[in-house]
Structures are given as C-alpha cells and as structure tokens.
Design a protein around this ligand. Sequence first.
Ligand code: FUB
Length: 348
Amino acid sequence: MSTKIETTKSHAELTQERDLQKAANLTAIAQPLVNHMFTADPSAHVFNGKIFIYPSHDIASDAPINDNGDQYAMRDYHVFSLNQIDGEVTDHGNVLDVDDVDWAEKQMWAPDAAEKNGLYYLYFPARDYQGIFRLGVAVSDKPEGPFKAQPEPIKNSFSIDPAIYQDEDNQYYAFFGGIWGGQLQRWSSGTYLAEDHYPADDQPALLPKVAKLADDMLEFCEDVRDVEILDENGELIKAGDNDRRFFEGPWLHKYNDKYYFSYSTGDTHKIVYATGDSPYGPFTYQGIILEPVLGWTTHHSIVEFEGKWYLFYHDCTLSGGQTHLRSIKMTELTYDENGKINTIKPYK
Ligand code: FUB
C-alpha cells in the first residue's frame, strides 16, 4: 500500500526549494546586467541611440511566498541605460515611488515605457487600495525619468504587465494581462469579481488584452480587446495546454513585416511566441524563445539595436535561487531563414 504525502506548499515554494539546490551548478549564458540590487521584468527600448531598460525593482520582504505572488512586494522603479552592447550600465536612480502614486498601495510590478513627441511615458501595474491590480502611467521629458504619475489609473485598465508597441504608422498599442496573482481570471465578466474563474481545461484559455492608446498616451481610445492565440489548426489554445497558453508578460515586436506576439507560459516557465499580420492578432503559435530559467517567473522583451536583435530576460542566479530576488540579463536573439526564432537555452 502506498501513502500519498499531502503537501500544502505552493507551486512557488516548491520551485524555490528546488532552485536553491540547483543554483550552484548552473553555468549561465549571460551575467546579470546589474549587481548592486535585484531587478526583474526588463522592458528594453532604444531611445536617442541608447538602450534604456525599464525593469521591476525586487526587494526582500516578509510577505509569504505563494502562488498569488505576495512575495513580489516591489515599491519603486529604477531605469538603466547602456550606450553599447557589453558597455557600462548606468543606474538612473529611483524614478517613481509607490508613495508618489496617489491611487497605488503596493506591488509595483513589471513596467514598460514609450516615447511620443519628446515625452516619455512609464506604464506600470500596481494594486490599488481595494487590492485590485490597475495600470498607471507616469510622464517625463527624459527617457531616464524621474516620472510624474497621473492621479488615477488608466480608465478601464486592469490586471498586470503593460507592454506598449509603437507601430510604424505611430499608433501605440497597450498589451497587458496575467493570470493567477495577475487577476485576469477575475475579469471574465467584464467587471471585477473577487473570486477566480478559470475555464475548464478543454475550453479556450484566458486571453491577453490589447487596446490602442489615445493621442495623449494617457488613456485607451477604444474598448479593450482579446488577443487571440491559435494553434496549428486555427483553434484557440486551450486552458489545459499549459505549455502554450498565455500566462503573463506579453510583448509585441515586428520582424520582416510579421508581428511577433510573445509571452510567458507561467507554471511551465517558458517564453513562447506566436505570429500574425496585425498588432491585434490573431496570432498563430510558433514555438519557444527561451527555455525555463532559474526561478519561478520568466519575463522578457525583445529589441533591435544596431542591426542585431536582443532578448532581455531575468533569472535568480545572483540570489542563489530566491524566487522573488531576480536579476536582469540580455543575450542575442536570432531568426532562421524562415523567420523562426532560434530557441535560447539560458544555461550551458
Ligand atoms: O515581477 C512581478 C511579476 O512577476 C510580473 O509582473 C510578472 O510578469 C512576473 O515576472
């Protein structure tokens, strides 16, 4: 007779236990870009000929490690820049603090930035005083900030992980969303319900969201839409397809006239992508960009700089595998002759 051992540990705690043991034996393909603090969720852009990185600023906290992400207790943002690949990384300091955002109480998670007409916009998620994740925007006249937050969150925004895509016609699209701690599963009815509603495994997965930004970059100028991710048969990816369904961390880039929509699969720890012919999608699943990194979360951005493409991502090697103390990294990303992204293995 076998005895089933019941465990009450969260997925995040179990991953951390495994990673604390694994950390010492890994040889990473890239080193942390920043060593004096913990950083995560890097959104990279080229502004004025330099690479600017807008990451989360990870901190130690007393919050429990759980699948709601309470351990990600971040309170502010720093911006980093580098003039050249492998060049020195400049820390531009604290550019926005939760105490300076009227509507936000805590958990300043993965941000992104955009430029329009010489102004720079920092988009960020945070929990409001009701515990609901909303997206905020803060403005600066310099890419490195400091940024001044709008007094209210973006109207009709919800969930986490904003990623702004500027198309060639100068339209700006805000992608966002994340399940589990990111609360996307609480918005299926169109309004916030304080309990989780997930589709059954054989039903279409919850979809990431997109809305075009208004001319002033401070609001959506249309209703929020679903971003459809299809399988090879043209059907929506199912909720039980954990290796391919959207979890969090959307990003859009364009390569050779195709739109590449990429994201994290969360509990299967991959960065994957799908391609399409419009920023709105639909996108058809293509494959894996980044194999799992050390740590529970994986989060990325993709940017072209001086004719080459780069993947920005994070892992937990610097903290020895502590799941909420991550470090940003970058590595070159390449395509094959058919435009498929060559999968990156983060360790040798
Ligand atoms: O950093 C907090 C959250 O973890 C981000 O918003 C997610 O994308 C994941 O990286």
